[in-house]
Design a protein around this ligand. Sequence first.
Ligand SMILES: Cc1cc2nc3c(=O)[nH]c(=O)nc-3n(C[C@H](O)[C@H](O)[C@H](O)COP(=O)(O)OP(=O)(O)OC[C@H]3O[C@@H](n4cnc5c(N)ncnc54)[C@H](O)[C@@H]3O)c2cc1C
Length: 336
Amino acid sequence: MKLSENQNLKTYNTFGMEVYARRFVQLESAEEVPAVMEEWLRQRPYYILGGGANTLFTEDFDGTIAHPVFGGIEMMEKSGEKVLLRVAAGEPWDNLIQYCIEHEYYGIENLTAIPGLAGSAPVQNIGAYGVEVKDTIVKVQGYRISTGEPFELTNADCRFAYRNSVFKQEMKNDCVITYVWFQLSTEKHFTLTYQGLVQSLQEREMPLTLRNVSDCVRRIRDAKLPDPAIIGNGGSFFKNPVVQAGKYRDLKAQYPDLVAYDAPNGDKKLSAGQLIEKAGWKGKRVGNAGTWKNQALVLVNHGGATPQEVLGVADAVIHDVNALFGITLEMEINRM
Ligand SMILES: Cc1cc2nc3c(=O)[nH]c(=O)nc-3n(C[C@H](O)[C@H](O)[C@H](O)COP(=O)(O)OP(=O)(O)OC[C@H]3O[C@@H](n4cnc5c(N)ncnc54)[C@H](O)[C@@H]3O)c2cc1C
């Protein structure tokens, strides 16, 4: 365990917000989690911070930040075409993608280049290009902070949904995830439901291999999303809103090009990016904050933006989308 006081978090969140944490504990192994919980986390407030790619710090944090840095990918079992991997919370997510490509394990290649750590992947059930991580997670291990007890949740216990899980509900800010277990396949198979991905493979005349699919995903992402190392951002700032079929029909009559995907119970999931764009916010800048020129759903820090500037843009976007469509956008990012 490594402890520091009055830690600048600027390099620990992809938005690049310059805020300070009173105490910052780097967790160097899963074994030291119980002692750290006992000594530091029981004194609230606390926050478990992975790569900070889904966290917007809005002020200095007068408490303890626990940041897992212990990594590692272990092959636990191989049976038939199935492989079981145990991945430690501090392992960067994209390292797992590279590992799977090298070993030819299929299932998560569409999730290439999502920033953050493996321990955070189940929290919001990361997803991209037709794949959600929930389809490969077998179990999640960790500790409950309120009781200090270890837990082991099966996939069903995690209650995964679109950008949601038990870790964002009952267990929100009450657990330290230590290991995530993934089941992947050695049998060649791909998810090619996203038209842009198919098109990219075809245009570049690339044979269907794990590496090629992963490369295409990376290229599509690079073209659309700002690199947090250059322009601070937290990826999709808002969730795609889900509306009832009737509401969708009314909007579609008004906006024939409205993009929508089927959601459970006959509902429709709209594209938050499109709504924001139609509200006139694509690529707009207010002071040092704004929305990204190639993807309106991404709020950005053009350099030196304060949390108040980012929140100001977020509030204005919510207001304008609501005024135009009668839909209230919900933040995907964790606001601290
Ligand atoms: C450029 C960009 C593109 C992105 N693209 C996508 C995308 O395509 N799809 C997608 O789903 N997301 C995307 N994201 C969002 C982000 O990458 C994911 O949400 C990722 O899982 C965040 O990981 P993190 O480690 O940085 O999480 P953090 O921001 O550090 O934490 C996120 C949440 O998880 C909790 N948490 C973190 N680690 C632990 C732990 N060990 N135990 C318990 N709780 C924990 C935190 O308390 C917090 O509530 C993008 C972000 C960026 C910046």
